[in-house]
Design a protein around this ligand. Structure first.
Ligand code: NI
Length: 165
């Protein structure tokens, strides 16, 4: 374990208040411990995800964003047009005066889907979002790992791909 370093984090007041309520409900002694857990969880997830970028997957990306954010709708549309081969369908809901929700159904290589999701989630004005990834049902039976219809054996990382939660 390395030395402990301190760093400052800025957050909106209401966000911080809500976070404090959550971590007290979960029994964390302080924000630092809760943040460290979140950081570790993100790192573990990213490690798992990197292992099977070549897997064929299905995904749904849900985004909540500020309808008034400058250029955001255009930039979201541009990203989706640039990756039209991955985008199966898009559902748009006007959820309040200010906010929109978009659910984007994706199909393709896991690495490409994650990269598109990261680009969309990283746009300024996107308030919250999450990518859910799953695999076509025929892939689930490949979990046994032995050879099957298309005649090869899947390696370990491929099997991990269907375990993801
Ligand atoms: Ni809308």
């Amino acid at each position: 374990m390395g030395d402990l370093l301190r760093f400052g984090v800025s957050a909106e007041e209401d966000l911080l208040e809500s976070f404090d309520r959550l971590i007290s409900k979960r029994g964390y002694p302080n924000r630092s411990e809760a943040l460290r857990d979140l950081m570790r969880d993100s790192l573990v997830q990213s490690r798992i995800e990197e292992q099977h970028d070549k897997a064929e997957v299905l995904g749904s990306l849900t985004l909540v964003y500020d309808h008034h954010a400058h250029d955001l709708a255009d930039r979201m549309a541009d990203l989706q047009h640039d990756n039209h081969g991955l985008v199966v369908s898009v559902l748009h809901v006007h959820i309040s005066h200010d906010d929109c929700m978009e659910v984007i159904v994706l199909r393709g290589l896991a690495g490409k889907i994650r990269s598109l999701a990261d680009s969309l989630l990283g746009l300024k004005g996107v308030k919250h979002g999450k990518l859910f990834v799953t695999v076509p049902s025929h892939s689930i039976t490949e979990r046994a790992g032995s050879s099957h219809a298309h005649g090869h054996t899947h390696n370990k990382s491929r099997r991990v791909a269907v375990v993801g939660k």
